[in-house]
Design a protein around this ligand. Structure first.
Ligand code: PGA
Ligand code: ZN
Length: 436
């Protein structure tokens, strides 16, 4: 065992210019592990709380209290502990903070610490993080299929369109490089089309184009046009993935698309999305209904669960118990895994395992507020999750994660590119048969 010698928090700044928590964990032999907490904007109500100072300074987003948690009780509880026992280390924090949403220590304090311990243990073992994760959790590593944003909307683009993420997947690609090349072509083709139509307003929070569309469906039409302009065939090698993030525009089964000034109930929203799936090559859809609409999610899954990947993000908040409940009820067939929603690595791995046990997809994901931290590229690869969601194809806090996958590919080999979760692979296999 190598014991933790010190745990130190420092304030750093994220991709939106807001403060966030970085933690250095140093072991008794001098080995260092470092990680930074990301931050969401369209947050689920049941996810771990980011502890923020409030008040006028820094728009209320100061992290002095979260840093006090790290440098005070968390450091005191962890010094002397074995860094390679991730579970025990995470349990120290769970014992210190027994509130349901980690509001005492702050999820930003716990997640940065938990990931920093993982980094320190990997460095101590002399392994890259992805390899340490695979060994530590008994997983077969594989390079994930990227899920890449082309247009941003919802809370990430001033709600200019209601739907939050218009993304592409390239499930038929032969390796990670080919996904990057095709994405480059589609991303710039989309920008050219929008600029030529006077529909481009800039870039959204995750680096995707900030669109000025007249309807949500116009985004889908433009995305299909961009895939074609890039020389690819929509629905064949390039498919569409949507994050509806419906909790952002609906409550209690009642929804309102502001762009189209259209109110609808859960059934009408499901019908509208069903219509989109008939008209556009959509292979994956996230949070199609609100986090408080289990009947809607069950109905959506009953109708479309064998056709598309249905991901719970705000709906499941990286919570193993919620995954168990949803699987039992027939809601969703995949989970988004965001380590800061759970607050610790161990709880995130529990969620990942719960999803796998039900034959679900498990998609490791970034947040809209990100940094140079590349932990998620390693987690997605080491756990062999099959899919990675990072945001768009510009801005360094996104590109750093795609580029890290390319470095991992150099070690792991091109054959380790799996091209999707089990659900995506089933879908892709069926599509291949249809077109054969
Ligand atoms: P968030 O959005 O990080 O702002 O919560 C990302 C997502 O909804 O997937
Ligand atoms: Zn989401």
């Amino acid at each position: 065992m190598t014991a933790i010698a010190s745990v130190k928090g420092r304030r750093v700044w994220d991709s939106r210019g807001h403060p966030t928590v970085e933690v250095d964990v140093t072991l008794e032999n001098g080995v260092l592990g470092r990680a930074i907490a990301p931050a969401g904007a369209s947050r689920g109500t049941r996810e771990a709380i980011d502890l923020r100072d409030g008040g006028k300074a820094l728009r209320g987003k100061g992290v002095a209290q979260a840093l006090d948690s790290v440098n005070g009780p968390i450091a005191a509880g962890l010094i002397g502990r074995d860094a390679s026992d991730q579970r025990a280390a995470d349990n120290v924090m769970l014992t210190l903070d027994q509130s349901p949403l980690k509001e005492t220590l702050g999820g930003n304090a716990t997640v940065a610490t938990s990931l920093a311990i993982l980094h320190a243990a990997a460095a101590d073992a002399g392994l890259p993080l992805w390899q340490y994760v695979a060994t530590h959790y008994g997983c077969t590593p594989s390079l994930p299929l990227p899920e890449i944003q082309i247009f941003g909307g919802g809370a990430h683009a001033g709600r200019r369109v209601d739907i939050q993420d218009f993304m592409i997947l390239v499930p038929g690609a032969r390796d990670f490089d080919e996904v990057m090349e095709i994405t480059n072509e589609v991303y710039f083709a989309a920008g050219d089309i929008m600029a030529s139509r006077g529909k481009l307003a800039g870039v959204a929070d995750e680096g995707g184009w900030w669109p000025v569309f007249d309807s949500n469906e116009e985004a889908l039409e433009t995305l299909v046009a961009a895939i074609e302009k890039a020389g690819e065939k929509p629905g064949e090698n390039v498919v569409i993935s949507l994050d509806i993030a419906a909790s952002e525009f609906g409550k209690n089964g009642q929804y309102r698309l502001a762009l189209e000034d259209r109110a609808m109930d859960s059934g009408q929203l499901i019908d509208m999305l069903g219509g989109w799936m008939d008209s556009y090559p959509i292979a994956s859809i996230e949070d199609p209904v609100g986090e408080d609409d289990p009947d809607g999610m069950i109905e959506f899954t009953r109708r479309f669960g064998d056709k598309v990947q249905i991901i719970g993000d705000d709906y499941l908040v990286t919570n193993a118990k919620l995954v168990e409940d949803a699987a039992g009820a027939g809601a969703c067939n995949a989970v988004l895994v965001k380590v800061n929603q759970a607050g610790t690595v161990s709880e995130s791995v529990d969620t990942f395992r719960a999803a796998k046990a039900h034959g679900w997809g498990a998609i490791v994901s970034a947040r809209s507020g990100e940094t140079e931290d590349v932990s998620i590229s390693h987690l997605a690869t080491g756990l062999g999750g099959g899919q990675l969601k990072v945001g768009s194809f510009t801005r360094s806090e996104r590109m750093v994660k795609w580029n890290e996958c390319l470095r991992i590919q150099d070690v792991l080999g091109r054959d380790a590119f799996v091209g999707g979760t089990p659900m995506m692979n089933t879908w892709w296999g069926a599509k291949q048969k249809e077109t054969a």
